[in-house]
Design a protein around this ligand. Structure first.
Ligand code: SF4
Length: 508
């Protein structure tokens, strides 16, 4: 085992944030991470994933995004370093979503953190895991406290026995959403693979190299969508390339090999930086609905310089089928929608082309130049597009527009149901369907129309439960519940006092 001098840069201040979880102590953790030498990483994240209008959308732990990307890759080991409660939550969620893979964990305590022993433990864990028979790569992730403490993953060996070591920091105080955390890992892997490709020959794709020029697809999508996109590209003499995040290390080389990259999800800033460094052309938006597919085929054809006749041929092959599918499955009704997957604008386009009256689209993802075309198309139809949307903004839109259907995140759906507005979860029910080309054109209508048809059932339920307590009277009571505004006032004052105390401590 190579010996690396033990770095003593860990910052005990990071521990003060431990136990406070993701909901407080953010500034303290940020300051601690900077003091511990993580400024460069945090500055890069701040540039890649701009915040605002508020700090961070209310969504799950960002590290879930990168964890999921690693767990979905063949021959890739995943190790987390963080507080036990964070690791418990992350592994629980991974297995809930059917990961069926081991998640490695390097625990720490205050002593191993402040003495630097944690880094040594991580290094030992990585060495013990690096078996080339089993793995192409090991992903080791610093969660909030080890990042704030400055655990220097960059000092790990770049490879051990031919197994690549990818160390990333994914703190909740630096990466705003789990969607962008996928980009943190995808970008780190592309960077590594690009360096390998520059240094010499690399492995070919499992199914062999495509004979046609390929288009790499950036962003996770429904498994049938890449096949549908392949059929759309075929008349132009092109083929669909790998989807990034990839399912295997060697696909990274094929992804980098495509001359044209389709940024289907527009928030993959670090990945796009790697593709641009490799001299690739990026095309935004996606082949959704009639207008979207026409524009996308044209942009891809032009990026590959295939000639107007071939572009026209591809359009003629696809557009009438899309028009037919949209007309066959119309959607009538007013919809507000929000989500944190980054594909919200594409879904909204499809809903509008199906006939829906969409008033508001909220996305937890940031605005980037690759979402401009979709945003402009939606705004031209009078839709309010809100990037970095907060829960409050999503709820306010629902109150204002009184939709027939609210598509959103769990708390939005919960609130909608309380208001007897039919609602659908974006992640489970909308983003788990084909969106592209003719297959996507009809796929949403079924689920959306069925949900909107449930309005009467909601009204019946509301009538049935009318009079059951809510607010202060919610729950099971033995006596008649009594409102106690003075208790609320007392607790509010208590919280304000704690906040003042914390502020005063920070100033010392
Ligand atoms: S690692 Fe995730 S769960 Fe843990 S404190 Fe940070 S944001 Fe919260």
């Amino acid at each position: 085992m190579t010996s690396i001098p033990l770095p003593m840069v860990e910052n005990p201040d990071a521990l003060k944030g431990d136990g406070m979880g993701c909901h407080s102590g953010k500034e303290q953790l940020q300051a601690a991470a900077r003091a511990a030498g993580k400024s460069e990483t945090l500055d890069q994240y701040a540039a890649d994933y701009p915040k605002g209008p508020h700090d961070q959308p209310q969504s799950m732990c960002p590290a879930f995004g990168s964890l999921r990307v690693g767990l979905r890759m063949r021959r890739t080991a995943t190790i987390l370093s963080g507080s036990a409660c964070c690791v418990y939550g992350l592994t629980f969620t991974s297995h809930f979503y059917g990961a069926r893979r081991t998640v490695g964990y390097v625990p720490f305590n205050s002593e191993s953190l402040v003495t630097g022993k944690l880094f040594e433990d991580i290094r030992d864990a990585v060495h013990a895991t690096a078996d080339p028979e089993k793995y192409d790569a090991i992903v080791i992730t610093n969660l909030c406290v080890p990042t704030a403490s400055g655990v220097p993953l960059q000092l790990l060996p770049k490879e051990i026995n031919g197994v690549r070591i990818i160390g990333i920091d994914v703190p909740g105080f630096g990466v705003p959403t789990h969607a962008e955390a996928k980009d943190v890992l995808a970008g780190a892997m592309l960077k590594y693979a690009r360096t390998e490709a520059e240094l010499g020959p690399v492995a070919a794709p499992r199914g062999g190299k495509s004979e046609k020029p390929t288009v790499t697809l950036l962003g996770e999508m429904f498994p049938a969508d890449p096949m549908g996109i392949g059929a759309m590209l075929e008349p132009m003499g092109l083929a669909a390339g790998p989807v990034v995040p990839t399912r295997e290390w060697r696909e990274l080389y094929a992804a980098l090999d495509s001359q044209v990259i389709a940024a289907i999800h527009p928030f993959y800033t670090a990945s796009i930086r790697e593709f641009e460094a490799a001299g690739r052309t990026i095309v935004g938006s996606a082949p959704v609905g009639y207008d979207g597919t026409a524009a996308w085929l044209e942009n891809i054809g032009n990026a590959y310089n295939v000639g107007a006749d071939k572009i026209e041929l591809a359009k003629q092959k696809m557009l009438p089928a899309i028009k037919g599918a949209l007309a066959k499955m119309p959607i009538n009704g007013r919809i507000t929608m929000s989500g944190y997957e980054g594909s919200e604008l594409l879904v909204a386009r499809l809903l509008i082309e199906s006939g829906a009256d969409v008033r508001y689209v909220g996305s937890a993802a940031p605005r980037t130049r690759w979402s401009d075309a979709d945003r402009e198309w939606l705004e031209a139809k009078g839709v309010h597009v809100q990037f970095r949307a907060s829960l409050e903004q999503d709820l306010a839109a629902m109150q204002e527009f009184q939709p027939d259907l609210a598509i959103g995140t769990t708390p939005v759906v919960q609130k909608a149901k309380e208001l007897t507005i039919p609602a659908l979860y974006f992640t489970n029910l909308i983003s788990a369907r084909p969106l592209m080309g003719p297959a996507g054109a009809g796929s949403l209508a079924q689920v959306v129309n069925a949900a909107m048809g449930n309005k009467r059932r909601f009204d019946t339920m509301k009538e049935f439960f009318a009079g059951v307590g809510e607010g202060y009277a919610a729950g099971v009571w033995e006596s008649v519940p009594e409102d106690r505004p003075e208790f609320r006032e007392h607790y509010k004052r208590h919280l304000q006092k704690l906040a003042r105390q914390r502020k005063a401590e920070e100033m010392i």
